[in-house]
Ligand binder design. Structure first.
Ligand SMILES: O=C(CO)COP(=O)(O)O
Length: 261
């Protein structure tokens, strides 16, 4: 984690309306203090319909919590019913947007080409993409998880210049560990996160690779966070279920205080 500020990002998925969003952000703001924010970047990624409420709260109370969206259109605007443009997210001061989450790849047929276009759309609007990658159970069982995940990294980063790539966040989320309670071991997380960093060094250079934050995601919770975060190439978490409860998420932000499970 040398020199890289850990990022703990809560992917709320399709949960919490805007009133519930306000309540959760208020609870987080109440529980976390400057010491937490000095050590860890804390982000929430609510549904689109919550973003304006979250932005108003964060701006109004000058909170140090940052926020972002869960998806962005690859198009800049126009006749794309139901889509949200990067410029709209930028106007709401989104810092981050996840692209290529496995649920988007699986249920919305997002290919590496689409994910790559979305990453570019984010950068074009000064929003940092959190590029999500990771293998399913069959691929893991076949021992192909590293190659499969690195191909997604290659696809997601295609044509993205170093000046942008050095800002990107990559989240390794093995699909078999998402929402299943089945957590990857710290060694599993380290293996793939280290391989992702090595690939960044090949695609760009070692200096850039040393700057990029690589997160782990998949059933992260207070009982397993410390072991995973102790690994040198894991720089944070992309958290689903445990980000919906303030108390749980605060414990993840304070991963240094948790016992190694
Ligand atoms: O998909 C995830 C975050 O993007 C992980 O979800 P869970 O933490 O609920 O397993």
């Amino acid at each position: 984690m040398t020199g890289r500020i850990p990022l703990m990002a809560g992917n709320w998925k399709m949960n919490l309306n805007h009133l519930e969003a306000i309540a959760l952000v208020q609870k987080l703001a109440f529980a976390l203090d400057d010491k937490d924010f000095d050590q860890v970047e804390v982000a929430v990624l609510p549904p689109f319909t919550d973003l304006r409420s979250v932005q108003t709260l964060v701006d109004g109370d000058k909170l140090r919590i940052v926020f972002g969206a869960q998806d962005v259109s690859q198009h800049t605007g126009g006749a794309y019913t139901g889509e949200i443009a990067g410029s709209m997210l930028a106007k709401l001061k989104c810092t981050y947007v996840t692209v290529g989450h496995s649920e988007r790849r699986q249920y919305h047929a997002e290919t590496d080409e689409i994910v790559n276009a979305k990453a570019k759309a984010a950068f074009a609007n000064n929003i940092v993409p959190i590029l999500c990658v990771g293998e399913g159970l069959d691929i893991r069982k076949a021992g192909e998880h590293v190659a499969y995940t690195l191909a997604q990294v290659d696809g997601g980063l295609a044509g993205i210049p170093a000046a942008q790539a050095e800002q990107i966040v990559i989240a390794y989320e093995p699909v078999w560990a998402i929402g299943t309670g089945e957590v990857a071991t710290p060694e599993d997380a380290q293996e793939v996160c280290a391989a992702i960093r090595a690939r960044l060094a090949e695609l760009y250079d070692g200096e850039l690779a040393a700057k990029v934050r690589v997160l782990y995601g998949g059933s992260m919770k207070p009982s397993n966070v410390a072991g995973i975060m102790a690994k040198p190439d894991v720089d944070g978490g992309l958290v689903g279920g445990a980000s919906l409860e303030a108390e749980e998420f605060v414990k993840l932000v304070r991963f240094r205080d948790q016992a190694v499970g």
